[in-house]
Design a protein around this ligand. Structure first.
Ligand SMILES: [Zn+2]
Length: 489
C-alpha cells in the first residue's frame, strides 16, 4: 500500500514594488516535475519538506517550482505561466497539498499573488488539506488565511531555519493526514509595519514576539502553529505589514484572543522595530574635521544586494558639498563610462553622474572630473569564501569602468551593479581603500565581512532611495491607513 498522495509546488519571490522595472520569466529559476525532487538535501525549505516526505513515505507529486531573488514587480506573464504549468500537472486524485511560498509576491495585476494561486488551486483540488511553509517577510493576507489550512513561517531572521520550518510544517500535515483533524487559520494585522532593519530575531521586538508565540504553541495543544509575520514593507499593497497567524483546531474566539495579545504586544514595541538611520547632516557633522583612520559611510537606501540601482547620489552630493578630502564612492553608471571612452587619461570632462536608476533619487549630479584611468572591470575576488563568491565564482565582471577625480573625491564608475562585498573591486582599479579617509558602501550589513578589518568606524546614513529604512520617504498609495510609522496610531 502506498502512502498519501501529496502535491508539491513552490513559488518564491520577495517583490519590492518601489523599484523601477519588472521581474520577468528570465529572472526566475524554474523547475518542473521530477527535477524538483533533486532539491532533497539542498534549497532549504523545499529540500527539507521533501526529506520529510521521504521519511513519512508519502507519494510526492512534484509539479512546479519558480524562484527568483528580490526584485521589482513581477510581470503578469510569469504568474500565468506558473499557474498553467501547475494546473497541467495536478492529477485527478490527491490527498493533500504542500506549498513552499515566500508570501510577498506582487505582479502587475495581482497585489496578492499567493492568495490568487491558493484560490485557483482550491478550485481545482477541492477540500483537501493545504499546508506549507513561508518566509517571515511575507505580507500575509485574509485570502491566504481563508484558503490554506496551515502555513508555517520561518522563526529566524537571518533565515537559518528554512529547512526546519518546512519539516515542522510537513510533520503537521502528517498529523492531519493520520488524525483526520483539519485545522484552519485566523489572522490579525495590527496597523503596523517595520523596515527590514527592524525585523532581526536576535533583538526586540521580534525576539519577544517569537518567544511569546512559542510559549502559546506550548500552552495550547489546539494551536498547530503560531506565526509571527514581520512583513515586507517595501511593497505597496493593502495588507502590507506586521501580522500574526494561528492555525488551530480550536475555537475562533480563543484564536482571536491570543492573536490580539500578540498584536497589542507588537504595538507596544512599535518604536523599537522602526529602526532608522541618522540623517546626512547628523553624520556629516561627525566628519568635521575628518577623524583619523578609515570612516565607512553605509548607504542602505541604495543597497545593491537588496535590488537598489547602486547609483544613488545622496552621499555623493554630501561628499562634494562638504569637500571631504581623500574619499571615494562607486557609482554604477554605464552612460557616464561610455561618455569617457573617447577621453584620454588626464583630460577633464563634464559628466552627469548617477541618479538615473530610481525616481526617489534627486537625479544626476553634474560634475567636472579628471579621468584617471579606464579598465575592462573584471577583478579577481580576494575573499573566495564571500557571499559574492557564492553568487559569481572567483571573478567578478563590473563591466567597463572609469576612475575619475573631483577635488578630494575619487569616483569608480562601473557598468554593472557590483555589491560591495570584496575589496578587490577597488584594488583592481588602483585604489587602496585602507588608505582613504572616507569610503561609501551601498549595502546594509553584508559588506561588513570585507570592510570590518580596514574600518576605523562605520556610520549608517539615511539618504533617499528604494531600500531606505525611513518608510515615510516612500510614497505608499495602496496600503491600508492609518498605519505606523506613516501615521499616528
Ligand atoms: Zn525573508
Amino acid at each position: 500500500m502506498s502512502g498519501p498522495r501529496v502535491l508539491f509546488a513552490g513559488l518564491f519571490h520577495e517583490t519590492h514594488t518601489f523599484l523601477e522595472g519588472r521581474t520577468g520569466l528570465d529572472d526566475f529559476q524554474v523547475l518542473y516535475g521530477d527535477d524538483i525532487l533533486r532539491c532533497v538535501g539542498d534549497r532549504p525549505p523545499m529540500g527539507g519538506a521533501l526529506a520529510s516526505a521521504e521519511e513519512f513515505d508519502w507519494e510526492v507529486l512534484p509539479t512546479v517550482d519558480f524562484r527568483a531573488t528580490p526584485g521589482p514587480t513581477v510581470e503578469d506573464e510569469v504568474v500565468e505561466k506558473f499557474w498553467r504549468e501547475l494546473d497541467a500537472r495536478i492529477p485527478p486524485q490527491i490527498d493533500a497539498v504542500f506549498f513552499v511560498l515566500h508570501g510577498a509576491m506582487v505582479s502587475q495585476s495581482l497585489p496578492d499573488v499567493e492568495g490568487e494561486m491558493l484560490a485557483r488551486l482550491r478550485q481545482r483540488v477541492g477540500d483537501v488539506p493545504v499546508f506549507g511553509v513561508f518566509d517571515l517577510h511575507a505580507n500575509f493576507t485574509q485570502r491566504m488565511t481563508d484558503l490554506a489550512n496551515c502555513l508555517v513561517a520561518y522563526r529566524e531572521n537571518p533565515h537559518t531555519d528554512g529547512r526546519q520550518a518546512a519539516q515542522d510544517a510537513a510533520t503537521l500535515l502528517r498529523n492531519c493526514l493520520i488524525t483526520k483533524q483539519v485545522p484552519r487559520m485566523y489572522w490579525h494585522h495590527p496597523p503596523l509595519m517595520w523596515p527590514p532593519t527592524g525585523t532581526g530575531t536576535a533583538t526586540n521586538p521580534m525576539r519577544l514576539l517569537e518567544d511569546l508565540a512559542r510559549q502559546m504553541e506550548m500552552e495550547m495543544a489546539e494551536f498547530w502553529a503560531v506565526n509571527v509575520v514581520a512583513g515586507f514593507s517595501f511593497a505597496d499593497t493593502a495588507e502590507t505589514g506586521v501580522s500574526f497567524v494561528v492555525s488551530t483546531t480550536g475555537s475562533e474566539e480563543r484564536a482571536r484572543a491570543y492573536l490580539e495579545r500578540l498584536g497589542s504586544r507588537a504595538m507596544l514595541a512599535k518604536d523599537a522595530g522602526n529602526v532608522t538611520d541618522p540623517s546626512v547632516a547628523e553624520v556629516m557633522a561627525q566628519l568635521d574635521p575628518v577623524p583619523p583612520g578609515l570612516t565607512v559611510l553605509v548607504e542602505p537606501s541604495d543597497n545593491i544586494g537588496g535590488g537598489a540601482p547602486g547609483d544613488g547620489t545622496g552621499l555623493l552630493r554630501a561628499l562634494v558639498e562638504r569637500a571631504i578630502p581623500n574619499c571615494a564612492v562607486a557609482i554604477n553608471d554605464p552612460d557616464a563610462v561610455r561618455q569617457l571612452s573617447e577621453v584620454p587619461a588626464g583630460d577633464r570632462a563634464v559628466l552627469a553622474i548617477g541618479g538615473k536608476g530610481s525616481r526617489l533619487d534627486a537625479g544626476p549630479l553634474t560634475l567636472e572630473v579628471e579621468l584617471l584611468r579606464t579598465s575592462e572591470g573584471v577583478f579577481e575576488l580576494e575573499d573566495k569564501q564571500s557571499h559574492l563568491a557564492s553568487m559569481c565564482g572567483d571573478r567578478f565582471d563590473m563591466g567597463p569602468c572609469a576612475v575619475v577625480r573631483h577635488g578630494g573625491l575619487t569616483i569608480l564608475l562601473t557598468s554593472r551593479k557590483t555589491p560591495p562585498f570584496d575589496l578587490g573591486q577597488w584594488r583592481s582599479q588602483g585604489i587602496e581603500p585602507a588608505e582613504l579617509s572616507v569610503i561609501v558602501v551601498k549595502a546594509a550589513v553584508a559588506h561588513r565581512r570585507a570592510y570590518d578589518s580596514i574600518a576605523a568606524r562605520m556610520l549608517w546614513v539615511d539618504t533617499p532611495g528604494p531600500c531606505t529604512s525611513n518608510l515615510r520617504s516612500l510614497s505608499y498609495q495602496r496600503i491600508h491607513r492609518p498605519i505606523f510609522p506613516l501615521d499616528l496610531v
